[in-house]
Write a protein that binds this ligand. Structure first.
Ligand SMILES: Nc1ncnc2c1ncn2[C@@H]1O[C@H](COP(=O)(O)OP(=O)(O)O)[C@@H](O)[C@H]1O
Ligand SMILES: [Mg+2]
Length: 253
């Protein structure tokens, strides 16, 4: 049984249908890269499945339980969120809190964990992202790459079953992208289940095991990463070839 299944998600903003019947399934340990042009609905999909946005319809099966995405109960949202974490493009750290306090906040205020225990876990997570020596720095004293690593440590602190990443390196200067992708690669190697919206084709090709390609609110192709990037593979839609060609040209420019 899949760990997470998303079935037939629909989402409209006003009259504009942004997700048109999107489905995907996630096995434990999967690293799924969601690719696709800007405006195709990637962020909206992640936000709908973490209830930052309310879907109009669709189903979620998570850990064997089925939920109606159009009619989620608050208690169910809270229950699912305890097992998931989200990493945003712009880090979303609290500017007035140190790195360690950002990492432990979800443990102390949201989960009522005792401060000393939270700090111990928080320091382990900062260690894991290579920032134990920056625990008492404020976000403004950290580079974008370091801030995003703190955000990843914060995600890890709650011991999630799955982490959603929405373009985690898009806001970074090119020289800082590698340190964040390196941390994510480490998590993948440890078997962390992740869904990653990204334009980093090397990450998609070499770290993720599955690709979901979206355009205009639909999944155009869903395939194994090896297959997706194989030169011999015929994409189901020629727009995928164009997208890949363009993005590679941009990266080589
Ligand atoms: N809160 C919103 N209100 C209205 N339209 C939105 C909102 N969020 C996203 N959209 C629209 O939904 C479409 C998909 O957006 P998004 O999910 O951000 O795409 P992507 O992440 O693939 O770039 C876009 O046309 C965008 O303008
Ligand atoms: Mg987006």
């Amino acid at each position: 049984m899949s760990m997470l299944e998303i079935k037939n998600v629909h989402k409209s903003f006003g009259k504009r249908e942004v997700l048109k019947d999107v489905s995907l399934s996630v096995e434990k340990g999967d690293v799924i890269a969601i690719l696709g042009p800007s405006g195709s609905g990637k962020t909206t999909l992640l936000r709908c499945i973490n209830f930052l946005e309310k879907a109009n319809g669709g189903e979620m099966v998570f850990d064997g339980e089925t939920y109606d995405l159009g009619h989620m109960k608050r208690a169910d949202i809270a229950k699912i969120r305890k097992k998931t974490a989200f990493v945003f493009q712009n880090y979303n750290l609290f500017a007035n809190k140190t790195a360690i306090d950002n990492v432990t906040l979800g443990l102390t205020s949201a989960r009522g964990m005792d401060k000393a225990e939270a700090k111990k876990i928080g320091m382990q997570m900062l260690e894991k992202v290579g920032l134990a020596d920056h625990a008492n720095y404020y976000p403004i004293q950290l580079s974008g790459g370091q801030q995003q690593r703190v955000a990843i440590a914060r995600a890890l602190a709650t011991n999630p079953e799955i982490i959603y990443f929405d373009e985690p390196t898009s806001a970074l200067d090119p020289e800082l992208i590698g340190e964040v992708l390196g941390v994510m690669r480490g998590l993948a190697e440890e078997g962390m289940t992740m869904i990653v919206v990204t334009h980093e084709m090397n990450f998609a090709e070499n770290v993720s095991n599955k690709i979901v390609f979206m355009e205009d609110g639909e999944v155009l192709e869903s395939s194994a990463s090896d297959e997706f990037f194989s030169p011999a593979h015929e994409h189901e839609n020629r727009r995928i070839n164009e997208f890949l060609k363009n993005i590679r040209a941009q990266h080589e420019a």
